[in-house]
Design a protein around this ligand. Structure first.
Ligand SMILES: *[C@@H]1O[C@H](CO)[C@@H](O)[C@H](O)[C@H]1NC(C)=O
Ligand SMILES: *[C@@H]1O[C@H](CO)[C@@H](O)[C@H](O)[C@H]1NC(C)=O
Ligand SMILES: *[C@@H]1O[C@H](CO)[C@@H](O)[C@H](O)[C@H]1NC(C)=O
Ligand SMILES: *[C@@H]1O[C@H](CO)[C@@H](O)[C@H](O)[C@H]1NC(C)=O
Ligand SMILES: *[C@@H]1O[C@H](CO)[C@@H](O)[C@H](O)[C@H]1NC(C)=O
Ligand SMILES: *[C@@H]1O[C@H](CO)[C@@H](O)[C@H](O)[C@H]1NC(C)=O
Ligand SMILES: *[C@@H]1O[C@H](CO)[C@@H](O)[C@H](O)[C@H]1NC(C)=O
Ligand SMILES: *[C@@H]1O[C@H](CO)[C@@H](O)[C@H](O)[C@H]1NC(C)=O
Ligand SMILES: *[C@@H]1O[C@H](CO)[C@@H](O)[C@H](O)[C@H]1NC(C)=O
Ligand SMILES: *[C@@H]1O[C@H](CO)[C@@H](O)[C@H](O)[C@H]1NC(C)=O
Ligand SMILES: *[C@@H]1O[C@H](CO)[C@@H](O)[C@H](O)[C@H]1NC(C)=O
Length: 603
């Protein structure tokens, strides 16, 4: 797919002067920095045994502060939006959301991979949940975003989540299209610049050729400092033009700007952001890879959060400070490795799916040739994101990469779990309810539930660490029961379900609203979008997120906002020992997946 676009450039690159240039502003800002570690520094934090794991003290206080200072008002705002659509909710919903009960919900939002399509669909759903959008408030769904405690993304949605955190939580319109009157600077937000293709931003091949050379130059500082540099670094520098601050229409090709180099996730007003990646472990058992996937479900899942990076999977259960990624011991501390765009690049590193074996003939040949010329690394694997392994020697009996000097990271969805649910299932996080957004490409750019099946499989490997509600085990069931074309709740059919299992609110990109032409199932490999195309996708996504599950003939379920609120409070209700009642009982009958009924219906 990309071969033709790059092939044209090959000829140009082959005679281009590839002598290492003086380091550019971005190259300097991209270079990791080594220094003495702070006194008493301890790189690795062991997070405990399954069922008894602990959060970092920084995360615990972030969450505590959010609970004390942000969530009480956020839940009240959300409640008033819900009540404006239906004043007849059972009392317990208002009691819980207004904070009058000691039980308040802990909500996590997970948004799936799937390239730009998933980034746009995820942003569209979050817009429908955003209290800052008056249309969302009027629809009775606005405010849920602000009331969330956690927000996770991977691959295409890691672009979305890292850009949202890095730009300090703007509205979705400002995030995607940039502020109204932008001033180009190294640190201000310029929007996604989606009309510039990620891979071939110019229509003029001479300009693109210069651009590719500039990108390679930006890696020289890191290379010269002795770090492994791969195609993922290059990819990260491309992504930075779109999902990190510092790039505007006016300076896309101007290399006197840093283009997001040196920038880290920083917002604390946002729900606690988490991005995941998979490990491609040299010692992995490839016969455990499920067809169509690339990584065994048994490999540890890595999460990057604002404070820590590591895994709660029992075979590792260890973390290091994100700020000190790049560090491998307690004496020399590395900083500036954890750049926001490199984290997004690691989470979306799917180039191991392309064939780099015969490098110079591969789709990315011209760029790989350029990089090999500038930064020779004969024995380095190029199609992964390389991170110095901070867990060397940790958990030697169970951690598959414990003897590797570098961790090879790849796209977080390559094990089949394309919605980053794992971090929200960690018991220490106590998440009651997860809003899962699925924009995976299973059929024609639409989702068919495969990712939930992978999560179910993965959770069942680690029953003491994670619990996940029952979901259908075959893709056919999701489509046959229309579970991807309307919101579906999982884990709420029996009222006495173990409250340590989160309730799942599943909203898939499964088809267009009734009677509309599909706009949200664009190809994962589409790497540029016009503003009008994005706007049209956001508008359609808004309908998908606010229509609920309409009765025949209707275009909208007027009780959807109430039903959503009933689901959100359901675990807190159960903990408080209150019976479901009123509209909430009706809602659960309508939206809750009933495994038994479906098995009967299907047979
Ligand atoms: C961007 O940063 C570089 C390096 O720090 C600096 O030389 C340049 O002047 C900055 N540009 C702007 C517009 O601030
Ligand atoms: C859980 O961890 C704490 C603190 O490390 C320890 O004191 C306690 O014994 C552990 N409990 C179990 C059941 O492992
Ligand atoms: C790049 O940006 C700098 C700082 O704004 C400006 O002085 C310079 O003229 C620009 N270069 C080009 C080629 O536009
Ligand atoms: C690899 O996985 C397969 C399938 O699960 C299993 O049968 C086999 O024993 C595994 N091999 C090793 C060396 O663990
Ligand atoms: C610590 O790591 C650095 C690389 O970041 C290395 O140069 C140094 O030798 C290591 N020190 C020890 C004591 O292992
Ligand atoms: C990758 O490319 C090499 C060289 O062209 C070829 O021999 C090999 O079969 C290819 N591998 C795959 C999995 O396509
Ligand atoms: C989007 O869905 C329509 C209807 O199913 C289909 O015809 C079209 O090919 C899909 N688009 C993509 C890019 O898969
Ligand atoms: C889930 O597990 C079942 C049973 O082992 C297996 O057949 C299926 O392929 C797995 N699916 C995914 C998506 O992991
Ligand atoms: C699924 O949706 C189709 C089209 O709206 C409808 O005809 C069918 O009855 C639905 N199936 C179920 C099980 O709800
Ligand atoms: C709920 O699940 C947890 C963890 O799986 C378990 O320790 C606990 O005993 C369960 N409680 C009930 C009432 O089943
Ligand atoms: C609210 O959402 C709608 C639907 O996507 C969008 O058209 C509108 O611009 C948004 N308003 C704001 C203030 O972001």
């Amino acid at each position: 797919m990309l071969r033709n676009r790059f092939a044209i450039l090959f000829a140009l690159l082959s005679w281009l002067n590839t002598f290492a240039m003086a380091q550019t502003a971005a190259s300097q800002a991209y270079t990791p920095i080594s220094g003495r570690c702070p006194a008493g520094f301890n790189l690795v934090r062991m997070a405990g045994t399954p069922g008894n794991q602990t959060l970092s003290s920084s995360e615990a206080s972030y969450v505590q502060n959010r609970k004390a200072h942000v969530l009480p008002q956020a839940w009240k705002t959300y409640l008033s939006n819900v009540l404006s659509t239906n004043p007849f909710l059972p009392d317990y919903v208002s009691r819980i959301l207004s904070g009058a009960s000691s039980e308040i919900p802990t909500l996590g939002i997970a948004t799936s991979g799937g390239g730009y399509r998933a980034a746009i669909f995820g942003a569209g759903v979050l817009n429908a949940l955003d209290a800052r959008n008056s249309s969302s408030d009027a629809a009775g769904t606005g405010g849920l975003l602000q009331a969330a405690t956690y927000l996770s993304g991977l691959s295409g949605s890691s672009w979305f989540i890292t850009s949202l955190a890095q730009a300090n939580f703007p509205t979705m319109q400002e995030l995607i299209f940039g502020p109204a009157n932008p001033t180009a600077s190294n640190s201000s937000w310029g929007g996604w610049n989606a009309d510039y293709d990620i891979l071939t931003p110019s229509t003029n091949s001479a300009i693109d050729t210069q651009y590719y050379t500039n990108l390679a130059d930006e890696l020289l500082g890191k290379y010269d400092a002795g770090y492994v540099v791969t195609f993922a670094d290059y990819w990260g520098r491309m992504l930075a033009r779109h999902f990190a601050s510092g790039t505007f229409s006016s300076n896309v090709f101007n290399d006197s700007y840093t283009h997001g180099a040196g920038l880290h996730s920083q917002s604390y007003s946002i729900p606690f952001p988490i991005v995941t990646a998979d490990l491609q472990a040299p010692g992995q058992n490839s016969s455990e890879i499920i067809a169509e996937d690339y990584i065994p479900l048994t490999n540890p899942n890595i999460e990057f959060n604002v404070f820590e990076t590591g895994s709660f999977d029992p075979q590792l259960s260890a973390f290091v400070p994100t700020k000190y990624l790049g560090t491998t011991n307690n004496s020399i501390c590395v900083t500036n490795y954890d750049q926001s765009a490199f984290i997004a690049a690691s989470s979306s590193e799917l180039f191991n799916e392309a064939n780099f074996t015969n490098t110079f003939n591969s789709e990315f040949g011209p760029i790989l040739a350029l990089m090999a010329d500038l930064m020779p690394e004969p024995h380095v694997e190029y199609d992964i994101a390389s991170w110095p392994n901070p867990f060397y020697g940790v958990a030697p009996d169970t951690f598959i990469d414990s003897t590797q000097t570098n961790l090879n990271m790849v796209d977080g969805g390559e094990d089949g779990e394309v919605i980053p649910l794992q971090p929200l299932l960690v018991k220490a996080r106590g998440v009651d309810v997860i809003f899962a957004i699925d924009a995976t490409d299973d059929i024609n750019g639409f989702a068919d539930g495969s990712s939930l099946i992978a999560t179910q499989n993965r959770s069942s490997l680690y029953p003491s660490a994670y619990s996940f509600p029952p979901v259908p085990t075959s893709m056919g069931e999701y489509t046959a029961q229309n579970l991807t074309t309307r919101p579906t709740f999982f884990g709420c059919k029996t009222t006495s379900l173990n409250t340590s299992t989160p309730l799942l609110i599943y909203l898939a990109n499964g088809g267009p609203p009734d009677g509309e032409a599909p706009l949200t199932n664009t190809s994962t490999s589409q790497t540029s979008y016009s503003s009008s195309e994005i706007q049209a996708m956001l508008t359609q996504t808004f309908v998908i997120a606010t229509q609920g599950y309409p009765e025949k003939e209707a275009t909208k379920d007027p009780y959807w906002p109430s039903c959503l609120a009933c689901a959100v409070v359901d675990r807190a209700r159960e903990r408080a020992g209150v019976e479901r009642s009123g509209i909430c009982s009706t809602c659960m009958d309508r939206y809750c997946w009933d495994g038994d009924t479906l098995t009967t219906a299907a047979s």
